[in-house]
Design a protein around this ligand. Structure first.
Ligand code: 5GP
Length: 185
């Protein structure tokens, strides 16, 4: 039996979503984060089983065949997927938060029509571009691809339940916390 509510957070790469999410999770320790599986490399500071389950493409594809994913999507050459087991088990314990991009968010909504979908917007296109360039390790081509992807993601915001602008991480987190407080069980 499900006990909690589901909250889906999306936001284009470079929007500062991870900082906002961290503040939200710190403020509401009852929120359970759905840990996705991914084929991408672990970044410094990330922990296996906490940020993601880091698995090989072969294992990911095996798990697709076994029907373990509620949804999955490939972007920037990387597979990401929400595990059915994560959602089901965590919903029996409380409110669950997912960080997925719009394709995944749409599929989560199909499976869980009551899920609350929240989209984090950059303050402006210029700021998004600056943040993407600021990552340093990124080539011109990668920046162009990420900007194209970000623009497409931003176009999807209209079918989300809520859109919040990230001018300042703390204020954005507070806005999300108000939405959660209103909707949470
Ligand atoms: P990153 O590699 O920066 O952690 O994440 C890249 C993108 O993948 C983000 O937009 C994030 O929301 C998305 N993402 C993370 N986990 C999942 C997932 O399980 N499913 C889908 N569809 N997207 C995900």
């Amino acid at each position: 039996m499900s006990k909690g509510s589901l909250f889906v957070i999306s936001g284009a790469s470079g929007v500062g979503k991870s900082t906002v999410l961290k503040l939200v999770m710190e403020a509401r320790q009852d929120l359970l984060f759905s840990v996705s599986a991914t084929t991408r490399q672990m970044r410094p500071g990330e922990v296996d089983g906490v940020n993601y389950y880091y698995i090989t493409r072969e294992e990911f594809e095996d798990r697709i065949r076994r029907g373990e994913f509620l949804e999955y999507d490939e972007h920037n050459g990387t597979l990401y997927g929400t595990l059915n087991g994560q959602i089901r088990e965590k919903l029996t314990r409380g409110n669950v938060i997912l960080d997925v991009e719009p394709v995944g968010a749409g599929n989560v909504r199909k499976a869980y029509p009551d899920a609350t979908l929240i989209f984090i917007m950059p303050p402006s296109r210029q700021e998004l571009e600056e943040r993407l360039r600021g990552r340093g390790d990124t080539s011109q081509e990668q920046i162009r691809l990420r900007l194209n992807r970000a623009e497409w993601e931003i176009e999807q915001k209209d079918w989300y339940d809520y859109v919040v602008v990230n001018r300042r991480a703390q204020t954005c987190a507070e806005e999300i916390l108000r939405i959660i407080a209103e909707k949470a069980d």
